[in-house]
Ligand binder design. Structure first.
Ligand code: CA
Length: 411
């Protein structure tokens, strides 16, 4: 049974009672950054409600914070408690008088980066994406490197340039050298691309020197957001050998303003695709009754035209395997650490999460609704990535969007 709310929520709302994602907002009349919870087309201020109801001072402080970090650090028992409180406030008419004054229409708020990003790691977990990129970046070689099916490949990115949805992205400049060029040249990237990804937000820290096993994933991971890992393919192709992505990726990474709690995704869990190589024991989830495949359906729009529908359920490595791998050497994680899945690409045409795959290196440009074509992203273009997942009783869990418009390079 779907719980009813005293709010008049349509049953197909992407921000229904089973979702309750967290963000950070301000209003035109009140520039204090504070935590918000999306419900229907409104934003709830849980810190204000907790204060009005006279709840425990520690809880009020957590919920009234400027970012999600204190709540992230508090750990799963607190996350469960807060979620139960939010649900009670929005369903029990006894709370209506205390809650209703602290709802603001979503259209009236400004949304900010929801948490201070600690370390940022980006993985490479789609077999289809890795195969496509292997063909394009290393023609004539085996597309998957020999390690690919033995470990989730990743790299450490730049957390200081993670920006919230809506932040413009300035076209990066750098060195690029096509194979036929005699020497590298400098200038604005000519092959600016996107990567549609899913991000995992770490809450509870782990201890330095101690690995996080697969089974402890939900103790450490708070929730999920959408990520656009902007990528300058020409800069990337020239610089990435032998140490991996650097300036071709670090100029900007956009994230959605809402963090969907892991609890909201219980009905989205699915088995990951069959693995054809036996993983080492610390990565082996084949006997897990509930491994962490997630049925999240993404959509990528370029200037309003849907150009791709990447299926997250097709990812070879799960986020639990990524966290286990990221910590297996004893590296610790902290509240606010963000790790992204890697580009989500499915096996079929129209499910590629990056333009370099969709347009096959620009050889088959994609046509937009206005009749223009794109090989890569042009100045002025806006890219919007959205996603949904199944909730209980036929409901939908929405992730909102991560949007970004490209501005010309700065001289
Ligand atoms: Ca990426």
């Amino acid at each position: 049974m779907t719980t009813a709310s005293w709010l008049d929520l349509p049953s197909d709302s992407p921000f229904g009672l089973h979702n309750l994602p967290y963000g950070v907002f301000t209003t035109p009349g009140d520039e204090r950054r504070r935590i918000g919870v999306a419900v229907g087309d409104q934003v709830l201020d849980p810190g204000a409600v907790a204060a009005e109801l006279g709840l425990d001072a520690e809880l009020v402080t957590l919920l009234a914070a400027r970012s999600l970090n204190p709540l992230l650090a508090a750990g799963r028992p607190t996350w469960t408690l807060v979620r139960a409180q939010l649900t009670a406030w929005l369903t029990d008419p006894a709370f209506r008088a205390a809650v209703e004054p602290h709802l603001t229409p979503r259209a009236e708020v400004a949304l900010h980066l929801p948490f201070e990003v600690g370390d940022y790691v980006d993985f490479y977990a789609s077999e289809h994406h890795a195969t496509n990129l292997g063909h394009l970046f290393r023609p004539g070689s085996e597309p998957l490197t020999p390690n690919w099916k033995h470990l989730p490949i990743g790299y450490h990115g730049r957390s200081g340039t993670v920006v919230v949805s809506g932040t413009p992205v300035v076209r990066p400049q750098g060195q690029r050298k096509a194979p036929a060029d005699a020497a590298p040249s400098f200038g604005p990237s000519r092959r600016l691309d996107i990567e549609a990804e899913v991000g995992f937000v770490v809450g509870a820290p782990s201890e330095l020197g101690t690995a996080v096993p697969l089974a402890d994933f939900a103790e450490h991971v708070f929730g999920v957001c959408l990520v656009n890992d902007w990528s300058a393919r020409d800069i990337q192709a020239w610089e990435y050998v032998p140490l991996g992505p650097f300036l071709g990726k670090s100029f900007a990474t956009s994230v959605s303003p809402w963090v969907v709690p892991l609890d909201a995704l219980a009905h989205a869990r699915v088995a990951p695709p069959a693995r054809d190589v036996e993983p080492l024991p610390y990565l082996d989830d084949r006997d897990d009754k509930e491994p962490w495949g997630l049925d999240i359906a993404l959509e990528v729009r370029l200037n309003g035209t849907v150009v791709s529908r990447p299926p997250f359920a097709a990812m070879y490595w799960t986020a639990a395997q990524q966290l286990a791998h990221m910590t297996v050497n004893g590296a610790s994680v902290r509240p606010g650490d963000l790790f992204a899945s890697g580009t989500v690409s499915g096996p079929e045409r129209g499910t590629e999460g990056a333009l370099i795959e969709l347009t096959w290196n620009g050889e088959r440009p994609t046509t937009l609704a206005d009749g223009t074509t794109r090989a890569f992203v042009e100045d002025g273009d806006e890219v919007v990535i959205t996603a949904t997942a199944p909730g209980p009783d036929g409901t939908v869990i929405g992730f909102g969007e991560v949007a970004g418009r490209v501005l010309p390079a700065r001289a």
